[in-house]
Write a protein that binds this ligand. Structure first.
Ligand code: SF4
Ligand code: SF4
Length: 237
C-alpha cells in the first residue's frame, strides 16, 4: 500500500468505512466508469442487531435502517470523493442518484463488481458481495478516480464452496446454487426477478411495506453468522 492508499483509507475509515479497497477498472468500457481508471470500494457493515432480526423475515428496524444506512453510505462516498479531489485528483462518487441502470434490476457498474476488483470479497450464490469479515452483512458504494493508487489483486472466483445455506433458505427459490466466477453473468446463477417479486410479497405481508425487502440470505450466511458471533451487540445506527 503506498502512502496515498493509506491516506485515503485512513480518511474513509475516519468517515465511517469498515472496509476500503482499490480496484483497477481500466479493462472495463470507459463509459461504465466515467472515464476514470480506478474504483475505490467502500463498505459499511450492517449493525448486528439489525441482521439478527431478519433471520426469518424483514423487520421494521431493517426497513428503517435500509434508508438511513444507504443515506449514510452516499454521504460517505460524497465526502470521500471530495477528499480525493482536494488532494488534486478527479473523483466521482457513484451514489444512488448517480447510478445508471441498464435494466430494471441491473446497474451499469455494480458496487459489488468494484468490490471484487478491489479484492474485498466475491459474489456469493445469493448474488451479494460476500466477505470473510462481515459475510454478506456489508453494503458498498464506489468512488471513481484517476488518483495514482495501488490496486489490489481482484477476486475472480467464489469462495462459497459447497455451502447450501442461502440456497436452502431462499423463499423465492431464486438461488440456483451455482458458483460465481468473474466471467459468469448474474442471470446464470441468480434469478433477480424472482427474488424481487417474493421479497415484495414478504415485506407487504410482514411489515406492510410495498417494497422488495427480504434479507434472509444475509442473515443465514455462515460468514455473516461468524460476524454476528464475533462482536456481541452494537447500537443501531
Ligand atoms: S433477499 Fe430473500 S428472496 Fe431474495 S435471494 Fe435473498 S433470501 Fe431469496
Ligand atoms: S450462505 Fe453460503 S453460499 Fe450463500 S453467500 Fe454465504 S457462504 Fe456463499
Amino acid at each position: 500500500m503506498n502512502d496515498l492508499n493509506k491516506q485515503v483509507t485512513d480518511e474513509l475509515t475516519r468517515l465511517g468505512a469498515d472496509l476500503t479497497g482499490f480496484g483497477d477498472l481500466a479493462a472495463l468500457p470507459s463509459d461504465m466508469r466515467s472515464g476514470l481508471p480506478i474504483g475505490i470500494s467502500v463498505g459499511v457493515r450492517v449493525p448486528r442487531e439489525i441482521v439478527r432480526g431478519i433471520t426469518e423475515a424483514p423487520t421494521l428496524a431493517y426497513w428503517d435502517y435500509y434508508h438511513s444506512g444507504q443515506d449514510s453510505l452516499d454521504q460517505l462516498a460524497e465526502a470521500g470523493a471530495e477528499y480525493v479531489r482536494a488532494l488534486g485528483y478527479e473523483a466521482f462518487a457513484l451514489t444512488r442518484k448517480n447510478t445508471q441502470f441498464v435494466g430494471a434490476l441491473r446497474s451499469a457498474l455494480p458496487y459489488k463488481t468494484v468490490a471484487t476488483r478491489a479484492g474485498l470479497g466475491w459474489i456469493g450464490k445469493c448474488a451479494m458481495l460476500t466477505t470473510e469479515k462481515f459475510g454478506t452483512a456489508v453494503w458498498f458504494s464506489t468512488i471513481l478516480t484517476d488518483a495514482p493508487l495501488d490496486c489490489a489483486e481482484p477476486v475472480n472466483e467464489s469462495k462459497c464452496g459447497n455451502c447450501p445455506a442461502c440456497t436452502d433458505a431462499c423463499p423465492a427459490k431464486a438461488i440456483s446454487g451455482k458458483l460465481w466466477n468473474a466471467n459468469l453473468d448474474r442471470d446464470e446463477f441468480f434469478d433477480a426477478a424472482k427474488c424481487a417479486a417474493v421479497a415484495r410479497e414478504r415485506a407487504k405481508e410482514r411489515i406492510g411495506v410495498d417494497y422488495s425487502l427480504c434479507g434472509r440470505c444475509i442473515a443465514v450466511c455462515p460468514r455473516t453468522e461468524r460476524y454476528l458471533e464475533a462482536g456481541g451487540s452494537d447500537a443501531i445506527a
